[in-house]
Ligand binder design. Structure first.
Ligand code: SAM
Length: 209
């Protein structure tokens, strides 16, 4: 498979309709974010190991989450779980001149993701080493929050750090299965939609597993 085949599969199945999301995928090649030994598999539609027991997510999952987050130009986004930096880079393309803050708990992955992002010349991604299970209070509030590790719950701190009219998506459940939840904050009320079943590596840290 290559990226064009993936995109035509997404279009045919109504997974992605938004041209700016398609452009972001085309200008952010996944093979630049996977370890050398998996480069040949970069456009296969499954997660790949990135070391330290972690993974770069499946392309279709990244596509679904990106679309569900409804990012727009100028947004300030928080990603929890940088991993390889691929999802952060895709979002940075879409929200430019907005900014993506991405928090990663594994220091070696922080270093690698920073290099991956620098290679693409992206200036609007800020990768921070820390425990994102508590969000990122220093830079809150955010227009969008995306959690890319399985969480036992939507935690209150994330909701507090979300702007009014903000959108958060997170896979929530137990270690073996999660539901992708989309949370919208409107006039300080919370609306939750279930976008279906997924499987992610666990969120660690104070409010994780
Ligand atoms: N978004 C990533 C990408 O584009 O490659 C994939 C994320 S991977 C499925 C989940 C990541 O969440 C892992 O890199 C893991 O180390 C990180 N993680 C787990 N718990 C975390 C926490 N409490 N704070 C920040 N990152 C965390």
């Amino acid at each position: 498979m290559d990226i064009k085949e993936l995109i035509s599969y997404w279009k045919k199945n109504g997974i992605i309709r938004d041209e700016k999301i398609i452009q972001a995928f085309l200008s952010t090649p996944r093979h630049l974010f996977v370890p050398d030994e998996y480069k040949e598999e970069a456009y296969n539609d499954y997660p790949l190991p990135i070391g330290h027991g972690q993974t770069i997510s499946q392309p279709t999952t990244v596509a679904i989450m990106t679309q569900a987050l409804m990012p727009v130009k100028g947004n300030k986004v928080l990603e929890i779980g940088t991993g390889s930096g691929w999802q952060a880079a895709i979002l940075a393309r879409i929200v430019d001149p907005g900014i993506v803050y991405s928090v990663e708990i594994v220091p070696e992955l922080v270093e690698r993701a920073r290099k991956n992002i620098a290679r693409l010349g992206l200036k609007n991604v800020c990768i921070i080493h820390g425990d994102g299970s508590k969000g990122l209070r220093e830079y809150a509030p955010f227009d969008r929050i995306i959690v890319t590790a399985a969480s036992p719950r939507i935690n209150d701190e994330w909701i507090k750090q979300l702007k009014n009219n903000g959108i958060l998506i997170a896979p929530v459940g137990n270690l073996w299965s999660q539901k992708m939840l989309r949370v919208t904050k409107k006039n300080n009320k919370i609306f939750i939609e279930d976008l279906g079943g997924f499987l992610f590596v666990p969120l660690r840290g104070e409010k994780g597993f």
